[in-house]
Design a protein around this ligand. Sequence first.
Ligand SMILES: C[S@@+](CC[C@H](N)C(=O)[O-])C[C@H]1O[C@@H](n2cnc3c(N)ncnc32)[C@H](O)[C@@H]1O
Length: 310
Amino acid sequence: MDTNPSASPAGTFFLFDEKPQSGLGLGFLDSPQNPTPPPPPCLEVLPSQYVNQASSNVDLTVEPVNVDGLTLLKGRVSTREVFGLSNSDLVPGKYEGGLKLWEGSLDLIKTLNSEMKEKNLSFTGKRVLELGCGHGLPGIFAFFQGAAAVHFQDFNAEVLQCLTIPNVNANIQQISVSSTEKCVSEAELRYFAGDWSEVHRILPQTLSDENGINECQTVNNTAGYDIVLMAETVYSISALPSLYKLIKKCTCSPHGVVYVAAKKHYFGVGGGSRRFISMVEKDGVFAAVLVAEFADGSSNVREVWKLHFR
Ligand SMILES: C[S@@+](CC[C@H](N)C(=O)[O-])C[C@H]1O[C@@H](n2cnc3c(N)ncnc32)[C@H](O)[C@@H]1O
């Protein structure tokens, strides 16, 4: 399983886990020779599109992933086949890492599971958004726990088409086949591609107003997500303000919560859970609580934070 980026093959940028060796910093990010391209357009990817578009020439293999006794399926597709890139964790502005399964998404599922066991969290009947979903495993977990709607967002439509949608389908199929009871819910599953600075325009439960908080109780009882999930999304300093603005627009105030799984620091890029939380605390709209810490010695310390409205 390739959840540890430091185990990536040679040629990978090694952005996130290891302190950069000399010359392996992210100088190229700011280089005038390599300006970040404009983001791809925002669009909803329909499940029917994945069979006949980008994914048609892409092989998906699935393997089981065990998370705290729960078996989920993890699809694997080739970055070369989807984006024509070899061995890249990401290429800023073009491909943002969604084809790889990052450790944080498994940390997040473990934490959600504990939160449920401790009766701090329930997905039953809730509207859930997974930001920066990639494989979408936390969103799939929410679906299996009875969410009424799970919306998946990724920077790249290709990731949704070639990986997220087939991966969601594979997991649903597995549960349907292995379970004798009818436990698969009728939740609304939808998929949205776009940059965090723009994607609020197409996310159904999100305020279109530029700077607002989504006061769903007073404005519209059906607007806003009850639970927002994200794993390994806070690595890029430049993207943090738009990500945070989006969270404020789409989390249902006052009861909505946000779970953020991330490494404490992303060496070489400067972001990290602490940098993000410091921005959140300065703004003062949310309170932030550290709910889990993962320090397995093999990589940077990882954390899961929960945000709730003050
Ligand atoms: C490192 S990957 C993590 C993927 C997945 N959550 C996991 O843990 O396996 C970062 C995710 O954030 C998304 N992302 C990064 N920057 C983004 C941006 N500026 N706008 C929208 N999505 C972005 C990427 O598409 C990708 O899905």
